[in-house]
Design a binder for this molecule. Structure first.
Ligand code: DGL
Length: 275
């Protein structure tokens, strides 16, 4: 039994889609969430910068005395490597392995599409994770840089013409690929699931990182004797690296309710990269 909180971080608000699933599955666990809203988006930055930001995010959570860390961000998870993980005093997971596991279990024809930020697709993280599970799985990926701003600006209603047009453009990449499974490799995309399903048709399984990662976290906590032992009453504390006008509003889109967040910039080095 361990009543310390679980640490969850994201480049901004997207990780709240993972937090929501963790809370649903583990309602007795306390959570500390960090959203690096001052430096979002990570998805179109270089690997080096994403690596540095991610290592600072990990350190921030580590210093909060958490028992387990979740990188609830497709982009950060794609660059965090064994060297960074080794430095952590507590167990860690990103979203790549759990999501790849769920996709490998879902595909019947072994053709899996992947959408994510430009950095996630460029990193090849999902391709490697799928190949490690089943080398026979064929993949095709598409970076979708316009989707994060669309979600953050609330362009998520089912009939939204702009979002549909942008998605149609991106999904054209999968014409002729005949996949039966698509990984939604960015924590913002679960909010677009109904539109994506409508565009692709019901025959394609959409795998998002939230549910898969939450199940993985529960499995690891149980295995390592780290569950709190409580069935309900878990709390969540939120930290953000900049007070933006939109944080609370956008958080509501992800969680369905508003939240109060503490300003964490003093604890996180936010120096800009020299150009
Ligand atoms: N949270 C990021 C992800 O899941 C998307 C936002 C960003 O580009 O930072 O990849």
């Amino acid at each position: 039994m361990d009543t310390r909180p679980i640490g969850v971080f994201d480049s901004g608000v997207g990780g709240l889609s993972v937090l929501r699933e963790v809370t649903r599955l583990l309602p007795g666990e306390d959570i500390v969430y960090f959203g690096d809203v001052g430096r979002v988006p990570y998805g179109n930055r270089s690997r080096e910068v994403i690596y540095r930001y991610s290592s600072e995010d990990l350190r921030f959570l580590r210093d909060k005395g958490v028992k387990f860390i979740v990188a609830a961000c497709g982009t950060a998870s794609s660059v965090i490597d064994a060297a960074l993980i080794r430095q952590l005093p507590v167990p860690y997971t990103g979203v790549i392995e759990p999501t790849a596991r769920a996709a490998a279990a879902a595909t019947k024809n072994k053709k899996v599409g992947i959408i994510g930020t430009a950095a996630t697709i460029k990193s090849g993280s999902f391709v490697r994770a799928l190949a490690a599970i089943d080398p026979a799985i064929e993949t095709r990926g598409q970076g979708c840089p316009l989707l994060v701003p669309l979600v953050e600006n609330g362009y998520i209603d089912f009939e939204n013409k702009v979002t549909r047009l942008v998605l149609e453009e991106y999904l054209r990449r999968f014409d002729g690929f005949e996949m039966d499974t698509l990984i939604l490799g960015c924590t913002h995309y679960p909010l677009l699931k109904p539109i994506i399903q409508d565009l692709l048709g019901p025959g394609i399984a959409l795998i998002d990182s939230g549910a898969a990662t939450a199940a993985y976290v529960r499995e690891l906590l149980a295995k390592q004797g780290l569950l709190s032992g409580r069935e309900s009453g878990g709390t969540a504390r939120y930290y953000i690296s900049e007070h933006t006008e939109t944080f609370a509003e956008t958080a509501k889109i992800f969680l369905g309710h508003g939240i109060e967040a503490e300003y964490a910039v003093a604890e996180l080095p936010l120096e800009e990269t020299p150009v």
